[in-house]
Design a protein. Structure first.
Length: 483
């Protein structure tokens, strides 16, 4: 196959700004050229890399399932670099995707033959003012937490693992055990600075360019690249430690009912839960995880009336920071043991609360310990009234559940990965039939028509924003939303 002249010309120009090189898209190789007539990327503050190692790294993610090789990787030296690069891509119809930590699991931050913009260098964390802080999209939540704690403040909601980028979680939603009290991370954003798919730098908020603001939060990168976010802070816990409980159950209905009681009565600051395998390998054991931040409420009140097995209760008292960062040390161990580099064909579903016992129970009945491998299963309630982002669709139920089978299996075992992807699809269909949908951070084979169903009433709004702000459709092809 011979590349068309226009595509070849564009990619030649893309290669290295003033140091123009020619690109053969079939061989994916670059060669120096001195043709001054080619369109060139304007001078950049950062670097545009085209070496094989950079391209291979950008064709990977936490899933290790999908591999799409870009033509170049931008490490921006400034927000202006993001503007220049997206304008260039927009002008020449080149796909472009921002990449935070690359912890999507199904190629979400990849762009075959396009440009990847690493947001890591955009990691400035401002000084908190009036209960807010403005942070660069590439900042990690762990660093935002460290910085705000110095002022006695904290973001209200965290994902379980906090070495994720602010831009990466705000583009999906950001859900955790505090969501029943404070909504998702996207519900705690006051303003954004974004670069649209047309290359315009725009500050947006609920009062200013509101359509863009609402199209970017949980918008899966389709309309604009977030370069910074102003987020709401709350007072950090003042007690030296928090109270962390693991409460075991053997009955799914009792476990779900107690989770609902705790979230409805706001007894704890954080509520999640895990499904674990019993001694026969069946997923019929449950652990309710709950955390109280302040010391004033007695334990008898916190745990009153719950149906857990008192013999198996675990109590710990970590510092607030260590609690929020609890997965960090686990991740380090998984990196050492090699499990972090396994394939992660993750399934993340949102199920109507009323149907959770039935749907999750059915799906769990077909799951084996070998399927989950070195991973885990989460099941915990959210509160719909706290979730306002139009592009984070929730089941029509006051207490939807997040149900996540976070499988980890050697990436060389492609037969198992393929089987789990098919199982993910079947579980999604079962969930959709019950009025649920997916939480789009996992690995579910999805077609554009599925996305339309997923976004539901918000679909026309996303389509309109896409036409307005990314008119050539260059942004974030890895989500597969617009074909
Ligand atoms: C160990 C682990 C634990 C997790 N726990 C949770 C959890 O508890 N709760 C939860 O909600 N999620 C959780 N996630 C999922 C995680 O929130 C998402 O995968 C998130 O997108 C990862 O952030 P990232 O910086 O790696 O993003 P990337 O993988 O780099 O990007 C994800 C998507 O967002 C787009 N994107 C990235 N940056 C920007 C930007 N600045 N502007 C616009 N679009 C952008 C990318 O193009 C891509 O499509 C977890 C993931 C892992 C690996």
């Amino acid at each position: 196959m011979t590349p068309t002249p226009s595509r070849r010309t564009v990619l030649q120009g893309l290669a290295a700004g003033s140091a123009v090189v020619a690109f053969d898209p079939v061989a994916r190789s670059w060669a120096a050229t001195a043709d001054p007539g080619l369109p060139q990327v304007p001078p950049l503050d950062g670097t545009l890399r085209t070496d094989a190692a950079s391209l291979a790294a950008a064709a990977e993610d936490y899933g290790h399932i999908v591999h799409r090789t870009p033509a170049a990787v931008l490490s921006p030296g400034s927000v202006d670099d993001v503007v220049k690069m997206i304008r260039f891509c927009n002008a020449h119809g080149i796909k472009v995707a921002p990449r935070g930590q690359g912890h999507g699991t199904y190629g979400q931050a990849q762009a075959a033959g396009g440009v990847i913009i690493e947001t890591g260098p955009l990691n400035r964390i401002g000084t908190p003012e009036h209960g807010t802080v403005t942070v660069g999209a590439g900042a990690l939540w762990i660093d935002v937490l460290r910085a705000t704690l110095q002022h006695g403040l904290t973001p209200p909601v965290f994902t379980d693992y906090i070495e994720l980028s602010v831009g990466g979680t705000l583009s999906v939603g950001g859900i955790g055990g505090q969501t029943h009290r404070h909504g998702a991370q996207v519900d705690n954003v006051l303003a954004l600075d974004v670069v649209t798919g047309a290359g315009e730098l725009v500050r947006c908020s609920p009062a200013r360019h509101a359509d863009l603001f609402h199209a970017v939060l949980a918008g899966l990168g389709q309309c604009a690249v977030i370069v910074s976010a102003t987020i709401r802070l709350v007072p950090a816990p003042t007690a030296p430690t928090v109270r962390h409980y693991l409460l075991p159950y053997t009955d799914l209905a009792a476990f779900l009912a107690d989770q609902r009681t705790l979230t409805r009565e706001r007894r704890f600051d954080y509520v999640e839960g895990q499904v674990t395998a019993d001694k026969n390998g069946a997923f019929t054991a449950y652990v309710l995880e709950a955390v109280a931040y302040d010391a004033d409420v007695p334990e008898e009140t916190l745990l009153a009336g719950l149906g857990y097995d008192p013999a198996g209760v675990q109590r710990t008292t970590p510092t607030y920071f260590d609690f929020v960062n609890r997965v960090g040390p686990v991740a380090e161990e998984l990196k050492k043991s090699g499990v972090w580099a396994y394939a992660h064909p993750w399934l993340n579903l949102l199920i109507p609360g009323e149907r959770t016992a039935e749907v999750a129970g059915e799906i769990l009945a077909g799951v084996t310990a070998a399927d989950v491998g070195a991973g885990l299963i989460l099941l915990y309630p959210l509160e719909r009234a706290r979730l306002h982002a139009p592009l984070l669709p929730m089941p029509d139920d006051p207490v939807p559940y997040l149900f996540a089978i976070l499988a980890a299996t050697p990436s060389t075992d492609t037969a198992t990965v393929d089987r789990l992807l098919a199982a993910n699809r079947a579980a999604y269909e079962r969930t959709a039939a019950a009025g649920g949908t997916q939480y789009p951070v996992g690995s579910i084979p999805f077609r554009p028509a599925d996305w339309q169903e997923h976004f539901g009433a918000a679909w026309p709004q996303l389509v309109a924003a896409k036409h307005t702000y990314d008119p050539r459709g260059v942004l974030v092809p890895g989500q597969g939303i617009f074909g």
